[in-house]
Design a protein around this ligand. Sequence first.
Ligand SMILES: NC(=O)c1ccc[n+]([C@@H]2O[C@H](COP(=O)([O-])OP(=O)(O)OC[C@H]3O[C@@H](n4cnc5c(N)ncnc54)[C@H](O)[C@@H]3O)[C@@H](O)[C@H]2O)c1
Length: 353
Amino acid sequence: MTLPTFGVGILGCGPVTQAIHLPTLARFAETFHVARVMDVDADVAQAVASRADSAWTTSADEVIADEDVQVVLVCSPNQFHAEQVIAACRAGKKAVLCEKPLAVSHEEAREIAAMSAETGVPIVVGAMHTFDPAWIAATLNWGDLVEKVHTIRYSIVLTPNTRSEDFATEIHSRPERSWPELTPAERAAGMMFGSIMGLAIHDLPLVRQLCPDFRDVELLSARTLEPGGYLLNLRIGERHVQVHGLNNESWRPEWRVEAIADDVSLVVDFPPPYVHAGSGWATFRSANETRTYGPYRANGYEEEWRYLAALVKGEAEPLDTQVLVDDLEFALGIAETATATVREAAEQAEVHA
Ligand SMILES: NC(=O)c1ccc[n+]([C@@H]2O[C@H](COP(=O)([O-])OP(=O)(O)OC[C@H]3O[C@@H](n4cnc5c(N)ncnc54)[C@H](O)[C@@H]3O)[C@@H](O)[C@H]2O)c1
């Protein structure tokens, strides 16, 4: 006898749904089926539905009201995440997986925390490296590293997302982007906030785990990088933290989190996003020893869905939503301070030009 599977409803059918979640969900066919997909673009919704063999709609409410939808996957643009997560919680779904960021303001973060506490619906955030087996292995084997770390470096160098998406699947179509006329200050502010909340946010939860004093954050310097990126120097408690990201045409993507103490260092390398190429790998080095964990077969995307499968079957405990909200508030605080800094610098440069 085959047991019925849990229905997934998808809000937003862009590249992340097509290149990341559908291929990953295909590996969990014994637990999940795609019940209904939604996109404001009917053509995209229909094309993705035919790939997933599901119903489709242009209405998020219809997905959330569908009784065959037990898990809601939020893959819409960031500004819609909070309202869609809250609606799915209110509908009493079994679980919600929201792509990062969970929300884009402190107010939304508080609303999500309140709704999750009220309804008890478990929320998972698609910060895939928090599920990556190499990161998990690092946390299980780092002993007293966190107490001793003095320097953290977190750096991402990636080619534009479209290149990685095309490595992973055939994208049906991409939304047209149009860029408004911006002053240099508006452009710098938009680039900083957008790239911290869009890119750096991936591993800021890892940085937070390495910083017990995560509420004591001082921004020492911040600048945007051309053609698109950021470079921040922070003091977090006693630690010096460098956060760097750059989108350019590099031949080789790099995604690395490093934690350095006097007598030991940890380096975690992750594979590029979208590409389903296994996990990252974590290396501890001290004077006499080098220990490496990974790479493992499953990547963070697969582990996200493995955890969700266990969750809906009652075999795993829900994550503490407050931890996810604290991760979000940590990222928002850094993004807002860095944005104000680069906006002010660009405004002053305009005045003196
Ligand atoms: N985990 C990862 O590796 C990763 C990588 C890139 C992006 N992301 C996140 O995934 C999400 C989706 O990214 P993407 O690149 O597919 O985005 P996108 O903006 O290119 O596409 C999103 C899709 O949502 C649709 N849409 C627009 N308004 C909508 C609404 N109100 N409700 C539902 N759908 C709507 C658009 O038509 C489009 O098809 C973003 O939140 C992004 O931050 C995650």
